[in-house]
Write a new protein. Structure first.
Ligand code: MRU
Length: 341
């Protein structure tokens, strides 16, 4: 399953706001429209946002090629795309990677090759996470996940759902419980849809059922995604992740996040510095246009929350599973000096 394709002329995005009712692809030839697709969540999920933004930079380069102020127009495009959503660091990571080439005077085709590489590498990292993550999944596992960290959210295969897919291929998965993920229902609309399509056993629950499910001994492990991880292992992910983490700790259930290195932000020391997106209150007072709260009620709508690293059992990455003390183990595996860059 894929949600992003590029044909050399245009970017095609599977409109995730219409799933699961309709599989509808939208065509983009303009970077401003891609920024709007990111903001309105036609495309969502940290890696998928980064990949789309990289292709959007190619669209900008095609638009501005030959212009006398090419560099400053490309900088405007970068800034415009960077303003689309604040939390997932993959957006800024991908824009920085593209921007380095722009500043070096690279051709449009070199930019296109870089965006395609970002796309390809993401799927490869997910496959590697699947391999390492499946090893920590117990037999007959009943796995709880939250939001959608699947093929739809990435360049393919998925991060947390990549681990589920690999473990399922090994015959280890008895059931995946998908938390529906209010307010925008990524768990219900996307995760349940993806897993059902792949014939992986999935049971949909509302978010407030997770505690009762754990108390009844029906969850062996939690694995979910990440939008940005700080240097100490604190991480932002979809609102509701923190509640699941606290519940898992209380019930002694292993709690993992799966993420590619493009989601790690070593420049941020701890989670308190991760910018948390707040979205418009209508997403809370209404459910897809249907009013569910009284007219004019006050709302609070953070799209993400921050889970402190103390609640994490381990971090599943493309280089292996990282365990505490996370500040040291993350730095050892992912700092630029260690990688020799
Ligand atoms: O608001 P969304 O749908 O973009 O939030 C997505 C998540 O929180 C995912 O868990 C995260 O981006 C990881 S996707 C591999």
């Amino acid at each position: 399953m894929e949600s992003i394709t590029w044909n050399g002329e245009a970017l095609y995005l599977l409109d995730q706001t219409r799933l699961p009712a309709e599989e509808y692809w939208l065509r983009y030839t303009n970077y401003r429209a891609v920024a709007s697709a990111i903001q309105t969540m036609v495309v969502r999920g940290a890696p998928a946002i980064g990949i789309s933004a990289a292709y959007a930079m190619v669209l900008a380069a095609k638009e501005f090629a030959g212009s006398p102020n090419y560099q400053s127009r490309m900088e405007d495009a970068r800034a415009f795309l960077a303003a689309s959503r604040p939390t997932a660091v993959n957006l800024f990571w991908a824009l920085d990677r593209m921007n380095r080439l722009v500043q070096s005077g690279a051709s449009v085709s070199a930019l296109e090759e870089e965006a395609a590489a970002i796309h390809r590498e993401d799927e490869a990292m997910n496959q590697a996470m699947g391999h390492y993550g499946a090893a920590v999944v117990p037999s007959h596992a009943r796995i709880l996940t939250h939001c959608n960290a699947g093929a739809l959210a990435t360049g393919g295969y998925g991060t947390a759902l990549g681990v589920v897919r690999a473990a399922h291929a090994m015959g280890k998965v008895e059931m995946v419980y998908a938390g529906e993920t209010r307010p925008l229902l990524q768990g219900a609309r996307l995760t349940a849809y993806e897993l059902k399509k792949d014939r992986i056993p999935v049971t949909l629950i509302t978010d407030n059922m997770a505690g009762a499910l754990m108390a009844q001994g029906k969850v062996d492990m939690v694995v979910l995604g990440c939008d940005r991880m700080a240097a100490n292992g604190d991480f932002a992910n979809k609102i509701g992740t923190y509640s699941v983490a606290v519940l898992a700790k209380h019930h002694g259930i292993p709690f993992y996040t799966a993420l590619p290195s493009s989601t790690i932000d070593l420049s941020i020391s701890d989670g308190s510095r991760i910018p948390i997106e707040e979205r418009e209150g209508g997403e809370v007072s209404h459910l897809f246009g249907v009013q569910t709260g009284p007219e004019g009620v006050a709302t609070w709508n953070p799209a993400f929350d921050m889970t402190p690293h103390e609640l994490l059992t381990g971090i599943i990455t493309e280089k292996g599973v990282v365990y505490p003390p996370f500040r040291e183990t993350l730095a050892r595996s992912f700092s630029k000096t260690e990688k020799g860059c």
